[in-house]
Every structure is written in structure tokens, then in C-alpha cells.
Design a protein around this ligand. Structure first.
Ligand code: BDP
Length: 620
């Protein structure tokens, strides 16, 4: 009898878990459209001060912390937790965030969602003590429908559990035995593993009868006539709709009917004004859906008409060669950590423009969505990267399989989120995967591309092309790594530090090697090359009359040597200086004060001499 009772209890328990898991499945399409306030849709931004408590023993869930935190402290959201307190810099374990909020009574009867812009690394969300979902992976949003968990007559408790434990099963990787890094915390990459709620948390409502679920815009042109293809996916009971496209003094209106909740509309624009860095013109696209009489939902976004392609030596924007001048960046600022900050964003774009840059890479993870919209408006060309940094292909095959699953999820989420930005020209599936034996100097051991690694990268490239055939795709290769990996991309992106990590201090020898190696690489694959990183650590204010490593003079000479080299090669399609600004790293013998000093601006965005140098060179 006792046994039967136990069995019954176990069955109920497993049902409960099944249910909890099914609730937690994250529907990627729910992050496709950024929350929008208009006459139908509503939003509440929950950024501000939240309650915060560490749970280093991971007892919170068992002790029902989801029913309310006690002995908590205050924390700012967005922001990393690592720099907001005096005792938590290296803490990456479990924490809880909590916020109370009312749901406006005018939202009653609508579908209500919570959207977390980025929780690094793994998160679980409860509403009023009930689990609504979980998500793995930082730097990308996730959303859950929560209407049935909400109370209308009192405030609602939102509890978010987050942890950023470094593990070899995760992407980016950490705690990798025999990895090339010796830093602490043990990230398998060269930036601080900032943790927490890094972007805005939103509540938003959608109309319950029918809503627009996704909009995919593809643009092109023939002669002077632009074409905008708009694919609409709806849910619920709408039968038709209208696309309105306006801008540059023109307005086009195209009605459509929905079949199986889908429609594709083509708008043609005579005398189109194309999007480019020189003229980042954006058209406004308004999509609405309706039943026989009433408008049921409405969504508006901005779009730029442009094409991106390549030949064997150049990247082509609107069919014409364009050279990418710019930076590899980080989301990094003192105290805020990796948290999004609009003033810092505005300043970064102002400084990039000031140097004459037209491009950047979202190294080494997707950036805040506001940053992407800003790039559309400011005319920047983006290499949009997933957090696949520190990948490797030897060792435990189960771990490798887990990393591949999360890489695919990242690509799916990233393309779902960023597919409508004219600024995004290239998807980047990984930064510097490591061959089996790689020392910082690039020498030694087995540095070949294993057949397994080629198979897995091909799988990721195929996924990208299946989801988006309008943009280029790339993989950024490490110095000393196999050329077979970079050869898989449409454009071959390589990071090079000859003159720094090898041929230390010898710039003539460094550029000689660049000539040899990159001529060979281009010959082997006949595709354009972008140097996506090159740079030298530079302590601001350090000077010598004869240039020497770590001085501002050396940084200028280093960048000059590489840029002069690129000027001689018609197959180089872009140069991204590493890095835009100094940034926080873990502790390590090559990172003075836990900072990477390769920025041409300091961490608080003061120009080093190299910033003036780039400005004079890039504005010519
Ligand atoms: C490259 C990495 C980048 C590092 C940089 C460096 O892609 O994340 O910060 O080198 O060493 O290997 O400064």
C-alpha cells in the first residue's frame, strides 16, 4: 500500500514537472517584434531598482524564495551585479531578482507577456510564485506569456533567478581544462564574465482577438525602383490587413488578405532612396491587420532599402564596393558592467562617427536592441555575432554536442531578433574557435581543423542561410588557427596580432608575415578578407620618443602598419581595430589591473593618440 502511495506520489510529481517544463518552453517567435506602445499595444518598462539576493548554496527554490525575498539588497536593472557592490565582483553563482508591479486594469482581457532583454547566463522566471519559464544563454531576449498568472486587484511579484556559472558545456565556454587562458575567473575568453539582468525587462500586452506575430522585410532594387517584400505572420482571427510604406515624400499603401494567418506583400518604390552609411535613409513600414470591420493590431518598424553581396575581393553594398572601417567593441562601462546605457550608447556612436568609422562588429555577443536601431539611423554596417567565443572540438563529445545545440539556438534567436535591420550585413557564427593545441603565440601542436569541427560549422552556416539568404555569413579565425575554418565563410574574417603576441615589437617583421599569410589565404579561397581585430595594449598617458610597446606612439605605429598593409591589398574588404575602448577582463598576467588596454578610447571614452590618428586617416 505504501509502495502504491509512493508510486502515485511520484506520478503526480512527474506530471507536475512535465507541466512546469512545458510552460517553460521558450517560443522564439515571441522575441521577433520588440515591444511597442501604440494605440493598440501597451508596454511597461520595469527597469529601475529591484530586490536582489545571492543564493550561493542554491537553496532558494526549495525554500520558496519565489514567494518573496527576505534580507535582500537593492540592485539597479539594467546592470551587471559584479560592480554594483563591494563584495561580489567575482561572484558568478545563483542570485534572485525581485520586483513588484501592478498590471493596469486597462490591460485586462489582453494577452500579457514578460520580456527579459538579456539575463546572463541562465534564468528562471516566476510570477506570483508560479514558474512561467526558463532560458539559457545571455545577450539575447526571451519572453513568456503570463496573463493567467497575474492578479488584477493587487500587485504582482516577479522573481527572476539568474546564474552565470562558467562551464565547458556552455557558450561562451568556461572552466575549460587545458584551454589557452590562465585568468581568473576561469572564462575561456578575454573579457569579464559580467552577470545579471543586462537589459530592460518589459511587460507588454497584445490584443487577444488577433495579433501580428512576426514581420520579415527583404529589400532590393532594379535600376531606380526599390522593392520591399514584407512577410506577415499573424495569430488569431484576422482575415486581412494593410501595409503602408512611407518616407522621402512618398506613401504606398497595399492591402492584403491573410491565408493561414500569413501574407506576403511586395511594395515597389519608384526613385527609391537607398540606405547607405552616407545616407542612412529609413522608410517607415506600418502593418495592420483587421477582421471585416475593425483594425485588430498594428505594428510599425523602420526599414532601409539596400542589398549586400560580395565578389571575390570586395563586399558590395547596393552593388558597389564598400570598405568597412571601424572597430571590434564590447558592451562595457565602469560600474554598469555589461548593462545597457543609452547615454553610453549615444556617446559611442558619436565617437565612432568622429573617427570616421562606418562599421563595427558586435564582438563577442549580440548587443542591446537599441544599439541596433541606432546603427540603422546612423548608417553603420554591422557584423552581428553570437556569443560563440572560446569554442573547441576536442574532449568530451557530449559537451561538444551541448555547445552545438546552444550555438544553433543563439543563431535562431539572433536572426529572429535582428533580421529587419538594414545595418546588419553579416552574421558571425563564432569568434576564434580554438584548435586542439593553441598557445598565445600561435605555435605548437595539433592546430588542424578536425573533420568534426568542419561538419559542425557547416551545419551552423547552413542554418544561417536557411533562415536568411539576403546577408553574408562569416566565422572569425584566430591567429595560428586552421584556414579551413575561415574558408567556410562568404567573407574570411581573421584576427591578427603579429607585432604584439608574436614578432613582439617588430612591426616590419609583422607586416611581412601579414603579406605572406593573407596573400596565401586569399589565393586558397578567392574570397574577400576582413581583418576583424588588430591592435596593441596601450596605457593612456604613456609616451616615449622612440616608440615602444604599451605607449601611445606604439599603438599609432601598429595601427598604421596594418592600415598601410591593407591599402596595398585589393582583397582586403575591411579593417576593424581592436578595440574601440579599453574593457574589463578577469585577472591575469597579461591584463594589468584586469583591463584590456587595446582601446583607442579609454574605458570612460577619452581618446588616446590613436583615436586622433584614425580620425585624420579615416576622414580623408
Ligand atoms: C582576440 C580575441 C579578443 C581579445 C584579443 C586580445 O578575439 O577577445 O580581447 O584577442 O588579445 O584573440 O586583446
Amino acid at each position: 500500500m505504501n509502495n502504491l502511495r509512493t508510486l502515485f506520489f511520484l506520478a503526480i510529481l512527474s506530471l507536475y514537472h512535465l507541466n512546469a517544463n512545458s510552460q517553460s518552453s521558450n517560443d522564439i517567435s515571441s522575441i521577433a517584434l520588440f515591444p511597442q506602445q501604440n494605440e493598440i499595444r501597451n508596454t511597461i518598462n520595469l527597469s529601475g531598482i529591484w530586490r536582489f539576493k545571492k543564493d550561493s548554496l542554491e537553496v532558494g527554490e526549495k525554500e520558496n524564495w519565489q514567494n518573496g525575498l527576505t534580507n535582500y539588497r537593492s540592485i539597479a536593472v539594467p546592470g551587471s551585479w559584479n560592480e554594483q557592490f563591494t563584495d561580489s565582483r567575482d561572484y558568478l553563482g545563483m542570485v534572485w531578482y525581485e520586483k513588484e508591479t501592478y498590471a493596469p486594469s486597462t490591460w485586462r482581457g489582453q494577452r500579457i507577456f514578460i520580456r527579459v532583454g538579456s539575463a546572463t547566463y541562465a534564468a528562471k522566471v516566476w510570477i506570483n510564485g508560479q514558474l512561467v519559464g526558463k532560458h539559457e544563454g545571455g545577450n539575447l531576449p526571451f519572453a513568456f506569456e503570463i496573463g493567467s498568472y497575474l492578479k488584477w486587484d493587487s500587485s504582482n511579484r516577479i522573481s527572476i533567478q539568474v546564474e552565470n556559472l562558467l562551464k565547458p558545456t556552455r557558450v561562451p565556454t568556461g572552466e575549460v581544462k587545458g584551454g589557452p587562458f590562465t585568468n581568473f575567473p576561469k572564462s575561456n575568453y578575454d573579457f569579464f564574465p559580467y552577470a545579471g539582468l543586462h537589459r530592460d525587462v518589459w511587460l507588454y500586452s497584445l490584443p487577444s482577438i488577433a495579433s501580428i506575430k512576426d514581420i520579415t522585410v527583404k529589400t532590393g532594387f532594379t535600376n531606380t525602383t526599390g522593392n520591399v517584400e514584407v512577410k506577415i505572420e499573424a495569430e488569431g482571427k484576422a482575415s486581412k490587413g494593410t501595409v503602408i510604406l512611407f518616407g522621402n515624400g512618398k506613401r504606398f499603401e497595399v492591402p492584403f488578405s491573410l491565408t493561414n494567418n500569413q501574407a506576403t506583400v511586395n511594395v515597389s518604390i519608384p526613385e527609391v532612396r537607398l540606405w547607405s552609411p552616407e545616407d542612412p535613409h529609413l522608410y517607415t513600414l506600418d502593418v495592420s491587420i483587421s477582421d471585416a470591420k475593425t483594425t485588430l493590431d498594428h505594428y510599425s518598424l523602420e526599414t532601409g532599402v539596400r542589398t549586400i553581396s560580395k565578389n571575390n575581393k570586395q563586399v558590395l553594398l547596393n552593388g558597389k564596393p564598400i570598405f568597412l572601417k571601424g572597430f571590434g567593441k564590447h558592451e562595457d562601462f565602469p560600474i554598469i558592467g555589461r548593462g545597457s546605457s543609452n547615454p553610453v550608447m549615444i556617446k559611442d556612436f558619436a565617437l565612432m562617427k568622429w573617427t570616421g568609422a562606418n562599421s563595427f562588429r558586435t564582438s563577442h555577443y549580440p548587443y542591446d536592441e537599441e544599439f541596433m536601431r541606432m546603427a540603422d539611423r546612423e548608417g553603420f554596417l554591422i557584423i552581428d555575432e553570437i556569443p560563440a567565443v572560446g569554442l573547441y572540438f576536442h574532449g568530451d563529445t557530449t559537451e561538444l554536442a551541448q555547445r552545438q545545440v546552444i550555438c544553433k539556438q543563439y543563431l535562431n534567436e539572433l536572426i529572429t531578433r535582428d533580421k529587419n535591420h538594414p545595418s546588419v550585413i553579416m552574421w558571425c557564427i563564432a569568434n576564434e574557435p580554438f584548435p586542439k593545441d593553441l598557445s598565445v603565440s600561435g605555435g605548437g601542436g595539433d592546430r588542424s581543423a578536425s573533420p568534426k569541427s568542419i561538419e559542425l560549422f557547416k551545419e551552423l552556416f547552413a542554418l544561417v542561410k536557411a533562415k536568411d539568404n539576403t546577408r553574408l555569413a562569416t566565422l572569425v579565425g584566430v591567429m595560428g588557427g586552421p584556414k579551413e575554418w575561415v574558408g567556410l565563410g562568404d567573407v574570411m574574417c581573421v584576427n591578427r596580432y603579429y607585432g604584439w603576441y608574436t614578432h613582439t615589437g617588430e612591426l616590419a617583421a609583422a607586416t611581412k608575415l601579414l603579406h605572406l599569410e593573407l596573400d596565401g589565404l586569399h589565393k586558397a579561397y578567392n574570397k574577400p578578407i576582413i581583418i576583424t581585430e588588430f591592435g596593441a595594449d596601450t596605457y593612456p598617458g604613456m609616451h616615449t620618443e622612440q616608440s615602444e610597446m604599451f605607449t601611445e606612439e606604439f599603438q599609432v605605429e601598429f595601427l598604421k602598419a596594418y592600415l598601410d598593409f591593407a591599402d596595398q591589398k585589393d582583397y582586403i574588404a575591411g579593417m576593424h581595430v581592436w578595440a574601440f575602448s579599453d574593457f574589463k577582463t578577469g585577472q591575469g598576467i597579461i591584463r594589468f589591473g584586469g583591463v584590456n588596454y587595446k582601446g583607442v578610447f579609454t574605458r570612460d571614452r577619452k581618446p588616446k593618440t590613436a583615436a586622433y590618428y584614425l580620425r585624420s586617416r579615416w576622414n580623408k
